[in-house]
Design a protein around this ligand. Structure first.
Ligand code: HEC
Length: 141
């Protein structure tokens, strides 16, 4: 049988080793491109409206309706603030909200899990819109 083996090997060499065994397919999920959702690129296209900004940058934690039930919220301690909490809405000022959104939780003695949004420094209108969005969600039924 040897000559046959040699022939097969030689054929492989001549064919540029095209016949090398195929690689095993990667395990399921391994090739899925996982976006690094926790660090959105600041340079990426800027959301056009405060609501779009909220959906893109806040809803993963605070939930689309601001109830503190976003997909990332379950394992967080403390949990992201629910904006539907009437007592919280009553006691927090617009300036408080601006500050925590801009500088992050750690800067105001709250959880560092609440990230800062320094790019809003140059977008005061978006920041104002976000405060309004937080207030609007608080009034939602
Ligand atoms: C990675 C998760 C996460 C994201 C993203 C996030 N937050 Fe938060 N946020 C939190 C957590 C956790 C708290 C609770 C902090 C605490 O109570 O110590 C919080 C608290 C807050 C508070 C309440 C602060 C207070 O006075 O109690 C406001 C307002 C707020 N977030 C607004 C926003 C807005 C607006 C965005 C989007 C620009 C945003 N957050 C994005 C996790 C997040």
């Amino acid at each position: 049988m040897r000559p046959l083996v040699a022939l097969v090997v030689a054929a492989g060499v001549l064919a540029g080793c095209d016949e090398t065994p195929k690689k095993k397919p990667p395990p399921p999920g391994a090739s899925a491109t996982e976006p690094r959702s926790s660090s959105p690129t600041a340079a990426a296209s800027f959301p056009a409206t405060p609501r779009a900004y909220f959906v893109e940058r806040c809803a993963t934690c605070h939930g689309a309706e601001g109830k503190g039930d976003g997909t990332a919220a379950a394992t967080m301690s403390p949990r992201p603030r629910s904006f539907v909490d009437a007592d919280w809405q009553k006691n927090v000022t617009d300036d408080d909200i601006r500050k925590v959104v801009l500088k992050g939780g750690a800067a105001v003695g709250k959880s560092p899990l609440m990230p800062p949004n320094p790019e809003l420094e140059s977008k005061p209108d978006v920041l104002t819109g976000l405060v309004a969005e937080v207030r609007r969600l608080g009034k939602a039924p």
